[in-house]
Design a protein around this ligand. Structure first.
Ligand SMILES: C[S@@+](CC[C@H](N)C(=O)[O-])C[C@H]1O[C@@H](n2cnc3c(N)ncnc32)[C@H](O)[C@@H]1O
Ligand code: SF4
Length: 455
């Protein structure tokens, strides 16, 4: 799950940011298209960039879903949307000129709703406007229920080399409670298609903290997951935001695990995965040795971004499609989430981004501090400030880190602070210490760790 899919973008009660961006999307205000156009024009030629495509359609609604999507029972709205998306690609390509691309991500919603010929056409349009690097990673989020062998062949032929399958949970009672029924046989069939087509970088998305989940069902789901040997696993905590996603109320009749139960589920799954040979990465990822994210983490290259964690070296991401967010050296730009408004703007030849934020050199430095903390559970803020050529006084932050050290959540090593095993569940709360937009005065850092919502 990525911020591109708008999980918990707004806060009620106050939720801890996931820091897939800094400043977070909560700080976005109105952004003039001229500003975004200037940022796009100013992109340097030699540097590879990343592209994100949002496909906001699904066939059926999962009741846990926190993503920005619409249910469509016919293909006509999808086909219309794809035409607009292709026009947007031309529009942006004309402004940036032919840029080199190191990474492409298709997210949603369900990109698998697109037919095989439609996917080939979309990729052809991307290639008509940009130069894909030979080593580019091209990733697609897969709803196994709407995937097919023909679609997998189209992905492979278009250069797709990583897929993330929405698994969530294998237990039939949980699947019923979340309105997401999919059999193990279906997953096995999907995996056969991918592996036969040569797509071997396979991620599984699992969720803990949902109705009817117990330590027993979690253990069973993890055991089944391990048997399928995906190279990478994301183990997301269920984000319950019914004030934003009304359909999540469908699950309110069930007991939702409390924070302590959630933590026990995460700890159990994490131990089981590590016993099976997976290495823990950051907040919620696991990977087998040889996985590119694990290698990037071990080499200190892993970053926090809208994809959660990424090995992509690009510093620029351009978002395409309704609600998509781009991150450029100048700042963030988000396309309109209103499908009609998005289509009208693109149809009139206008850039469809209307919200965003210019970033200052201080924001960029703090983003690096937070990304480092979220990725490596350790940070030397002064070293990062000096890499950015910024003189900054971290004494308030260091005083709070000392308080955390006194309760065993943090360990000081020279000028660097390392989050201990006991402190790891509070990673997001600890990161708020550095966040200039997060109210620092309302509660002490220890209270914040213990009381604020981690969901
Ligand atoms: C956009 S979906 C991926 C593709 C596809 N639509 C699917 O569901 O299979 C991305 C992932 O976000 C995660 N997700 C969605 N809603 C969530 C929520 N409320 N809390 C935590 N994770 C969520 C799920 O694990 C899902 O697989
Ligand atoms: S298929 Fe994925 S995006 Fe669509 S409703 Fe289910 S979780 Fe959400």
């Amino acid at each position: 799950m990525t911020t591109q899919q708008n999980i918990a973008a707004e806060e009620k009660p106050r939720r801890l940011p996931r820091y897939t961006s800094y400043p977070t999307a909560l700080e976005f205000g109105s952004l003039g298209p001229a500003q975004y156009k200037d940022w796009l024009k100013a992109l340097p030629d030699g540097e590879p960039i990343s592209l994100y495509f949002h496909i906001p359609f699904c066939e059926k609604l999962c009741w846990f879903c926190g993503c920005f999507t619409k249910i469509s029972n016919t293909m006509a709205p999808v086909a219309r949307y794809l035409e607009i998306l292709k026009t947007e690609i031309d529009l942006i390509g004309q402004i940036t000129g032919r840029k080199k691309i190191s990474h492409i991500h298709f997210g949603g919603g369900s990109p698998t709703i697109i037919s095989a010929p439609q996917f080939r056409e979309l990729m052809a349009r991307v290639k008509a406007n940009f130069d894909l690097l030979r080593a580019a990673e091209i990733a697609v989020e897969i709803d196994p229920r709407t995937c097919s062998e023909e679609k997998v062949k189209a992905y492979a032929a278009s250069g797709v080399n990583r897929v993330s399958l929405g698994i969530q949970d294998f237990n039939p009672a949980v699947q019923e409670a979340i309105n997401r029924i999919q059999s193990e046989e279906l997953i096995a069939e999907n995996l056969r298609w991918f592996r036969e087509a040569g797509i071997t970088n396979i991620n599984f998305d699992l969720i803990y903290g949902m109705p009817r989940q117990t330590l027993g069902t979690i253990a069973e789901t993890v055991a089944k997951t391990v048997a399928f040997k995906p190279s990478r696993i994301a183990l997301f905590g269920y984000a319950h935001v019914p004030w934003l996603k009304k359909h999540q109320q469908m699950m309110d009749k069930h007991h939702l695990p409390e924070q302590a139960e959630r933590q026990a589920m995460f700890d159990l799954a994490s131990a089981q995965l590590q016993q099976a040979g997976y290495k823990a990465i950051g907040l919620d990822h696991f990977a087998l040795p040889g996985d590119s994210l694990l290698i990037a983490r071990d080499e200190g290259r892993m970053k926090r971004n809208f994809q959660g964690y990424s090995a992509d070296p690009a510093t620029t991401l351009i978002g395409f499609g309704a609600s998509a967010i781009g991150s450029l050296p100048g700042g963030y730009a988000q396309n309109s989430p209103d499908l009609k408004a998005y289509a009208e703007m693109v149809g009139e030849g206008q850039i469809p981004a209307r919200r965003g934020l210019s970033v200052t050199p201080l924001d960029i430095m703090i983003r690096d501090v937070i990304s480092h903390l979220m990725s490596h559970f350790a940070v030397d803020p002064d070293a990062i400030a000096s890499q950015h050529g910024i003189r900054y006084d971290f004494s308030r932050e260091r005083a709070d880190l000392e308080k955390l050290s006194a309760v065993g959540y943090v360990k000081r090593q020279g000028d660097s602070y390392q989050i201990t095993k006991a402190g790891q569940p509070f990673l997001r709360a600890i990161a708020t210490l550095f966040d200039h937009y997060f109210p620092q005065d309302t509660s002490g850092i220890i209270d914040r760790c213990v009381h604020e919502s981690e969901g």
